[in-house]
Design a protein around this ligand. Sequence first.
Ligand SMILES: Nc1ncnc2c1ncn2[C@@H]1O[C@H](COP(=O)(O)OP(=O)(O)OP(=O)(O)O)[C@@H](O)[C@H]1O
Length: 691
Amino acid sequence: MSLHAQEIPPPYGLADELAEERAHLTRSRAALRRMRERAEALFATGDKVAGDAYTAEQLGRHLARRVAELADDPRTPLFFGRLDFGDADAEHAGHRYHVGRRHVTDEQGEPLVLDWRAPVSRAFYRASARDPQGLAVRRRFGFGDGKLTSFEDEHLDRGEELGRASRILTAEIERPRVGPMRDIVATIQPEQDELVRADLATSICVQGAPGTGKTAVGLHRAAYLLYLHRERLRRSKVLVVGPNRAFLGYIAAVLPALGEVEVEQATVEDLVDRAPVRAVDPPDVATLKHDARMAEVLRRAVDAYIGEPVEPMLVSDGSFRWRIGLEPLHRLVQETRAERLPYAVGRERVRARVVGLLQRQAEARRAESPGDAWLRRMGKSKPVTGFLDTVWPALTPDGLLHTLYAEPVRLAQAADGLLTPDEQSLLTRRATGRLTNGTGLARTAKATRWTTADAMLIDEAAGLLERSTGYGHVVVDEAQDLSPMQCRVIARRSEHGSLTLLGDLAQATAPWAATDWRESLRHLGKPDAAVVPLTIGFRVPAAVLAFANRLLPALAVDVPPAESLRGDGTLDVRTVTDLAGATVAEVRAALAHEGSIAVVAADDTVEGLRSALAEAGIDTATADAPAAGARVTVVPATLVKGLEYDHVIVVEPAAIVAAEPRGLHRLYVVLTRAVSRLSVLHTVPLPAPLA
Ligand SMILES: Nc1ncnc2c1ncn2[C@@H]1O[C@H](COP(=O)(O)OP(=O)(O)OP(=O)(O)O)[C@@H](O)[C@H]1O
């Protein structure tokens, strides 16, 4: 209820005021419905009014998007705040605005709800008693099931400010979690808002402990940038990169709920899709392929294909014979090389230069300029293509990698001083037949069973051969796990755009994971991006965070610790004798509460626990198929990153730690997934830092 109302009687009853706000909500919903109906009607007639097929298609796409953007979800409030400007504000003095998920206007075009991203809405997130930003009163609305149930006023002009004591904020943070991630647009905090509203040109790296809202910030920044730079980003596009399908599924609904339906979402593996992946590298080989040195090896390998002209060129052209001497041929190869163009572009540049020299001779002899057909014919003539194949042979990305693996001498040349002989033999052993597990190198690139790391190197090779096309903005979540070579995959896609990098070095579990953001930013091509910390935890209750934080000294990372906003929640650590039986009992007890439940265990024990729950008659879902409707999800420890559940039951932490080299980091991730309750069940002693 209103602070103001509790202290000073409002001009008329609270109930009246609530009724008036509800009426405004009804009016706004009706107006949004009208806007949508209008867009639908236009969509239906769009192809009739547009002239040609292309225009009709463009218009159709625009209108379909508009219809999707105007969708109204009755479960989410259309507005969540109100701004009453005081007399001090020059532009908005005496005005009152409702702030919500999108602009809603009445039939006269008057605003009923302002988009949260509009410049004037900024005060909703940033104003404080110290800096009211022109506001007299900020009002927050409380909702239940889409119904407006309460409001809370802060008279900033009188120095009143609730900050994090807001009951509406607390209720939002403490609500039991069910299903996929939701937007946080009603309660974005000032330090988060600063990141969300950073300029399009600015790349930022956010280092934040678990549950500090990094994912939320990244998604809201994407929505904000799309609002502010609509046309530009519609052309150049926004990409969100996440660690796996389960994570992308979990966040998929957030942007559409904010009216943004055109953001691409992908894993790094999705991005490097030039070669089908049909094999798995042994860990030592994968680690080597993810090493930054591989970029230089590939660059040198490509460079080594550029050869020296060995003889003058003679071209027959009807009754004429043209000749280009060795010296000009040398010069044009050198000049093209110095331009440092992508290799395939360089090849075409050499062809064009050779044809240019032939053209000059033809012009001198015939006293007229040859036409386009002649130029094309000369470019494709045998002497010219033969010359190109000697000094600048055509390459394909997979062909380049195949040859490098298949020819140890070529690899040795490219890797000289970079990779040790042992490392080189790790790369060539598939060709030498020393592997019999089906990953052996085939005779051709097309028939080779590539691995995910190969696909990434093929992408690197493609970046050396061709010009890359990129996105206007890329949001990268869980970025601490990117290898230098994966960073380069993203760098190629954000070269002309900006980046929002989100991560937590303490949660880095990949063997090649980052230990220093500066290093990652360098590989991402944004060495000067600011690294900004987020330290307020919105997910994990204080008691649970304190337990998980006991692992931090053992993780050997220098990260600012988080402070939990949540004083509620429970932690229960128990020694048991029968893990499966105890898990079933714990899940049964958890089912008595509201909210989602996850059983998280070492990957190889997950199936056993799933069967035990099934035998006890408890339906379970998997992390990548959450829509199955079951309240209980059984999640392998390696898949739970970035996800959250109301009640998390962690089974045998020691087994999670033992399963991989960075097992303690993995356990830190697992222990920080709980929103309300964390149960830890173990039969063997807990890992040392927790014991
Ligand atoms: N300002 C906020 N208001 C309400 N809820 C918030 C706010 N910021 C974050 N949250 C909630 O806190 C939870 C954690 O947020 P999020 O997943 O973005 O954190 P994260 O830093 O990415 O965590 P992790 O490092 O574990 O991946 C989510 O449920 C999110 O909705």
